[in-house]
Design a protein around this ligand. Structure first.
Ligand code: SAH
Length: 415
């Protein structure tokens, strides 16, 4: 979501004649796009703003957009008085106002719903992967999560508006579409229909979506994994914890049997599907045996490419006020144990790919310029010995693997 927001900000401002730079010392306008999901990221924002203030040109405008802006509001101006703007995740389309009126402070952290999608100019970017949000906000109210506060209630965009964005992205050269939302499978106008409609576009070769709420996987969507070859065999469906008690306190009251049943159904229609999850360890009251259940499910499902976090108390959330907060040292130990399991899952899956040939999306050169980086249908990174970006979709034979990535060689150009 943040990557998408960042891209839209860049393309909006480039449309006004600005040129993108990463050099803080020479920039005329500096924007820090922020995430408030965990405390650490949120805290870093203000130290980073202090650094920017000391390095920027005296007359350069600077400010924050995104969820920390929404969380802090006018308080951000008290913490860093030199700030010129503070705009929430649903009001960054108002950014050009600061260019028209650079002497005024711009503050807008309103939850204006889907307004930004109409207000933003069409994207002029031409990436191979187009991220397209189909909803804003979230109604699930997990007790640890600040998102319903920073991004508001869940709203689904119009089907036709989304399809217009998909067609624009295809016209701009996208070959992969990733539908975005906090709870993307809960999209009110049918995610399955959106995927079917998108798959009809010849130049779109890969479709995926993130992230999904377990109880909202409809049978129609599950079946589509078996019938729609453009839908990648990879699904992020966060379980967060393997303990029914912890899940209840997280206000994610799904039954583990139901979760496993969905995974089994997905595997029966698409045997090569791989599942990824997000995990939180050290949620208030989590016992050793609760944590063991999380480790068990991580092994049992064999998740790949997952994300694991230490629980971080956030303002405006119920869990922050719960008793039995877990000491940092215990959270750290548990995270290490879980990470070892997740890494081992990745290593095993990566090694199972050696010798296979798969269709991969080429992202571009690596930092050395001697290799190309590509993504498999399961979102693993492949490093290829080639320096110039040839075509966006290549058939790649996997020659080697470790816990982090794959090595491969181009067999033939697909597109
Ligand atoms: N809607 C997405 C969540 C977006 S935030 C979902 O339900 O999966 C991305 C991930 O950050 C979450 O899945 C969760 O694992 C993690 N997260 C959210 N709040 C957190 C907190 N307070 N502490 C630690 N991790 C958190």
């Amino acid at each position: 979501m943040n990557v998408y927001d960042g891209q839209r900000i860049v393309s909006m401002l480039c449309g006004r004649g600005l040129i993108q730079t990463e050099n803080v010392a020479t920039a005329d306008l500096i924007i820090l796009n922020t995430c408030a999901v965990r405390e650490k990221a949120s805290n870093k924002v203000f130290s980073e703003l202090g650094r920017i203030r000391d390095r920027k040109k005296p007359d350069a405008l600077f400010g924050i957009v995104g969820c920390v802006a929404r969380e802090e509001g006018a308080n951000a101006f008290r913490r860093i008085p030199e700030l010129n703007f503070v705009l929430g995740p649903q009001s960054y389309h108002k950014l050009p106002e600061i260019l028209d009126n650079p002497d005024a402070r711009l503050l807008n952290v309103d939850l204006s719903g889907l307004e930004k999608f109409d207000a933003l100019p069409p994207s002029t970017e031409s990436p191979a992967v187009a991220y397209i949000p189909i909803q804003e906000g979230c109604d699930h109210c997990c007790t640890y999560c600040i998102v319903p506060y920073t991004r508001g209630r869940e709203l689904s965009r119009d089907f036709d508006d989304v399809m217009r964005d998909v067609l624009d992205a295809a016209d701009n050269g996208a070959i992969e579409i990733c539908f975005l939302g906090q709870n993307v499978n809960g999209y009110k106008n049918s995610l399955a229909n959106l995927i079917r409609e998108t798959a009809k576009i010849d130049s779109i070769k890969r479709i995926r979506f993130t992230s999904s709420y377990p109880t909202e996987m409809s049978d129609d969507l599950i079946a589509l994994f078996g019938t729609e070859p453009k839908l990648l065999p990879f699904l992020n469906m966060p379980i967060q914890s393997g303990s029914p008690d912890v899940l209840t306190r997280m206000n994610r009251p799904y039954n583990l049997d139901l979760y496993i049943d969905i995974v089994n159904k997905l595997r029966s229609v698409r045997p090569d599907i791989q599942i990824s999850s997000d995990f939180i360890v050290g949620f208030p009251g989590e016992t050793d045996s609760d944590f063991e259940m999380t480790c068990d499910i991580a092994q049992k499902i064999g998740y790949i490419n997952s994300y694991s976090f230490k629980y971080s108390p956030r303002p405006h959330t119920a869990a922050a006020l719960m008793k039995d907060q877990i000491p940092e040292s215990v959270k750290k130990q548990r995270l290490k144990i879980l990470d070892d399991i997740l890494t081992e899952n990745n290593r095993q899956f990566n090694e199972s790919c050696i010798g296979k040939t798969m269709s991969c999306l080429v992202e571009g050169p690596d930092k050395t310029g001697r290799h190309l980086l590509a993504r498999t249908p399961w979102m693993q990174q492949v490093i290829v010995n080639a320096s110039t970006k040839t075509a966006p979709l290549q058939s790649i034979r996997i020659t080697n693997a470790n816990k982090c990535s794959l090595r491969g060689e181009i067999v033939k150009t697909e597109l």
